[in-house]
Design a protein. Structure first.
Length: 233
């Protein structure tokens, strides 16, 4: 019986001791938690965490961002080709001798000589050479007379330096030339290079027959050539 009571007393003391130990441990744990709470600040109360990081200002962003420049498109260079040719001649006017005649196209004969118009009232432009107003000699030929009387270029030998020769073109434009001189050449010594040769500026040659008439052959022995140059506009 005494042993039983003794054991009960011992158990009561142990319980009391254990209770005290639990209290002490609890207090110790509360102390640790309090110390941790004080030593470690809460994330919610941190200034850096509470306020978001400031966004970069517009000036800063524009300073950092690369500039985009747009270059204007390069201008295309125009290709300058050869100038357009003047329109072909259709009418010839020489006021000083009363000529106003149509102009037709002329080619060459088999012997390489210039053909002549079939109509005695027409003039003919050599289509293988420059057009009137182009650089070089434009050549226009015509008859001096016919079987019945004077032809279109009968008065060509009466032209004087400075007289006007006007060529009307197909497109309505015109070129005015001024007579420089006239010259007569034997047909068997015709100066082809001088008449048809290149010139530095637009020129005009009017060609007809001249000199004595050879009845045996039915042709004149010479050619009359009028030299003219493009007049200032």
């Amino acid at each position: 019986m005494r042993r039983t009571i003794t054991l009960r007393r011992v158990g009561a003391r142990l319980a009391a001791l254990l209770g005290s130990a639990e209290v002490i441990v609890g207090v110790a744990l509360l102390a640790v938690v309090s110390v941790n709470a004080i030593s470690r600040p809460s994330h919610d109360t941190s200034p850096a965490a509470a306020a978001p990081a400031p966004a970069p200002s517009v000036e800063a962003a524009s300073a950092v961002a690369p500039r985009i420049t747009h270059k204007p498109p390069a201008k295309r260079r125009r290709r300058h080709g050869p100038p357009a040719r003047p329109a072909r001649p259709v009418l010839l006017s020489i006021p000083a001798i009363g000529v106003r005649a149509p102009v037709i196209r002329l080619g060459l004969d088999r012997d390489r000589s210039l053909k002549v118009p079939k109509d005695f009232g027409e003039t003919g432009w050599w289509a293988g050479g420059p057009r009137p107003g182009e650089r070089g000699p434009a050549v226009i030929a015509g008859h001096v007379d016919s079987y019945t009387g004077p032809a279109v270029f009968f008065g060509l030998r009466d032209l004087h330096p400075g007289d006007s020769i006007i060529v009307l073109r197909r497109d309505g434009t015109r070129a005015r030339f001024a007579v420089q001189r006239s010259q007569e050449y034997p047909k068997d010594r015709f100066p082809t290079a001088r008449v048809y040769g290149r010139t530095a500026r637009p020129t005009l040659r009017l060609i007809t027959c001249g000199g004595e008439f050879d009845r045996s052959s039915g042709h004149y022995l010479d050619n009359t050539v009028v030299y003219a140059s493009l007049a200032d506009r």
